[in-house]
Design a protein around this ligand. Structure first.
Ligand code: ZN
Length: 80
């Protein structure tokens, strides 16, 4: 099954998807963010995580620069 984990670094916020697989023996491991190297997940359980992949962040309006409107349009003035 695919599960998703967020990078704990709020300034990074990267999302990773991984495949969780059941194992007969306890597994231990860690996964660190490839961007900021924060520890995203540490596990020690009868499961293993493989196929880590970076998931593109969903587009959010927050943080995007405001659109720039051009004022170059000239309005004809009737008098003159
Ligand atoms: Zn990160």
């Amino acid at each position: 099954m695919s599960v998703y984990y967020h990078c704990p670094n709020p300034a990074c916020g990267m999302i990773y998807g991984t495949t969780r697989e059941r194992r007969t023996k306890p597994q231990t491991g860690t996964f660190s963010c490839t961007v900021c190297e924060s520890e995203v997940l540490r596990w020690s359980d009868h499961c293993d995580f493989s196929d880590w992949m970076m998931v593109t962040k969903p587009p959010t309006r927050q943080g995007t620069p405001a659109p720039v409107f051009s004022n170059a349009e000239q309005i004809p003035v009737p008098h003159g």
